[in-house]
Ligand binder design. Sequence first.
Ligand code: PLP
Length: 396
Amino acid sequence: MKLNPNYAKLNESYLFADIAAKVRAFVREHPQADLISLGIGDVTRPLSPAVICELNAAAHDMAAEETFHGYGPEQGYGFLREAIVRHYAAKGVVLHDDEVFIGDGAKSDLGNMTELFSESSVLLPDPGYPAYYDVNVMAGNRIHFAAGHSRNGFKPMPPSGRRFDIIYICSPGNPTGAVYTREELKAWVDYARETGAVIFFDAAYEAFVHDRSLPTSVFEIEGARECAVEFCSFSKSAGFTGMRCGWTVVPHELAGGALNKMWLRRQTTKFNGASYVVQRAAAAALGEQGQYENRKIIDYYMRNARVIHDALTAAGIRHTGGVDSPYIWMRCPRGMTSWEYFDALLERAAVVGTPGVGFGRRGEGYFRLTAFGNAEKTARAVARLVDVTLAMTNRK
Ligand SMILES: *Cc1c(COP(=O)(O)O)cnc(C)c1O
């Protein structure tokens, strides 16, 4: 056999395994401790009643011969694609329903889309979502990084005098919580068009943007239809991390229509779609009642984000995010690596977060907190985090 040699080039990812091992050791030594995690990268609130109701109705359909559904349409059911087209129309974005592809989540599509390109030079945000890096190693692409740092607010801008084939942008960003403005995103779209690049725009956190002046889709930017693919998901907006449903928008303008056709061909050959039951539930999440209920769940998370953001601000701890994003990206106390801070916070405050270096070299010295936890626990944890962090800062 001949193995794909690119897999041997992947770095072992120990981040979450290392965190879990350290937490287990801490709990063994301190069984009474009130351990709280601000590191959860998954939703925790149950599905909304409108979604549950539709799930039940769809399950009922599957029980009778007349309403049973077998293999579904290859691009996804019309009722869901139309609901997504309406979701974009509400933002002033006009899409054709054959530009929308239903999938089992954004992560799969973000990875699979690399198959349509060959020997590409790709630009990834650092710090960034680790899957972007891994899928491009697997594909054998040449990887370059766009540096995020405090001076650019963790929003890297186009590098002058260079060109790339594929550019990944995540806004609101995981792990940094930074959100590109319309002008900033326009600069990327112009750059992509000038240099012939394609933008892979990850909009997984679009539902967390409250500031109406901020774009929630790359297609709100003029010219994006000629240079961008957008990936989105019901995972964070409707609690679908365990249900699995997302969508990808491939405009007809890309590569003169070739990319849309290639993606359709790829999906019809290698993918069987999300299930009928799940697509019905996803459509309900975009319905009027579903939107109302999910907005309340997002508000719950965003109150947590606000509590963390306000406490860090009051304590003078530098951070980004937490306003239009469920992530807060904070500076570790001066001179501490992100793992040193992780250990100190666990030991002295019984609080767990995610070391920034797990999201790339540029994440060293930073720490990610999330708003996906329980409200009371989040408030308790952040109070302890601030006390301990200020004590460490003042000692230096
Ligand atoms: C959670 C997340 C996604 C969504 O992934 P799914 O596969 O849809 O669950 C995509 N991108 C980023 C950056 C994420 O954090």
